[in-house]
Write a protein that binds this ligand. Sequence first.
Ligand code: AHG
Ligand code: MN
Ligand code: MN
Length: 325
Amino acid sequence: MTLSRHILESQRQAPRARGELSVLLLQLAFAGKIFSHALRRSALDGRLGPTGDRNVQGEATKQLDVFGNNTIVEAFARSELVAAIVSEELDEPREIACGERASYVLCVDPLDGSSNSDVNGVVATIFGVYRPPRENGAEASLARVRSGRDQVAAGYIMYGPSTIFVYTTGSGVHGFTLDHDIGEFLLTHPQMECPPHGPYYAANLANLQDWDAGAQEYVRHLAAGLDRTYSLRYSGALVADVHRSLLEGGIYLYPADRQHPSGKLRLAYECAPLAFVLEQAGGAASTGTSAVLDAPFESIHQRVPFAGGSRDEVAMLERFTRDRR
Ligand code: AHG
Ligand code: MN
Ligand code: MN
C-alpha cells in the first residue's frame, strides 16, 4: 500500500472532498523525499554546520534548517494549495502568502532536532494543516485559527535509519516507510496505537532545577520507580522521542523553565501537530493543565509547555501540576 493510494482511499471516505488536501499531503511527502536524500548526502555535499545567521527566535540557524525550509516553501510556493506557510524559519512578516483562494494554512518545523544534524542523529519535519474559519470570504491565515482543533491533518517525517512519514487526517494514525529503491512511501505502521502507559520518559534533565515544582516532583517520582520502573531516553529531537512513546509508550516533556517561562516548544508547528497525532492514536498531549489542542492561538511563534505520550503518564503529570498550583 503506497502513501498515495492510502491518501486517495481515505479521500473517498469524505464524499465532499475536492482532493486538495490529498495533493497537499503528497506534496509534503515529495518534499520529505528530497530532504531525506539531501540529509543522507549532507556531509558529502558540504551542507553541515551553521549559516552564521540567527532566525527570528534568536536561534543560530544551520545550513540544513535553511535547506529544509526552502524545500517546503518551494514545494508550495506556486501551487495555490495553501493560503500561507508559517515556518519556524520565517519571521512573522514573511509568513508566505501562496494562494489567496486556498482554504488551508500550512505550519511547519522544517528541521526538528537541529542540534542532531551535525552528528548524524535523528531529525524530522513536523507539519500541521489548518483550515481556519473563513467569514465573508476572508483570506485564510493563521490569525483566524482558534486552536489546534482547527487542524485537518498533521504529522511528521522522521529521518532516522529509515525515513518514516506519519500522518493523520482525523481517522487514525498511519506510518509509511520510504523505500529508497523505488522512491515510494509504503505502509508499514497501519492504525498506530499509543499504549496507555509505557516504560520511557524523555526530558532535558539538565534544566530540572529550573522547572516548576510540579514537573520536578513528577520526574523525581518516575525516576524513583514507585509505581512502575522507567528508563530515560532523550534524543534532542522531539519527534524521535514522541515517536518512541507512540510505538512503545511513555512520555516526552518540555516544561516551562526559568529561561523559557512559557515553555520552549512552539504551539502552531511543533506541539499542536504532535498533539493531534497523539490524540488520534489514543495518547494525549497536555500543557500541564489542559489539552494542547485546546490552547488558544495568540501568535505565530507562540510557545507552550508540552508533555505528550501515553494517556496514563500524561494524566499523572497533570495531577502533579494541579497539586502544586
Ligand atoms: P528545533 O531543532 O526545531 O529548534 O527543536 C528542538 C526542540 C525539540 O525537538 C527538542 O526536544 C528540544 O528542542 C531540545 O531542546 P534542548 O536542547 O533544550 O534539550
Ligand atoms: Mn523543533
Ligand atoms: Mn526546527
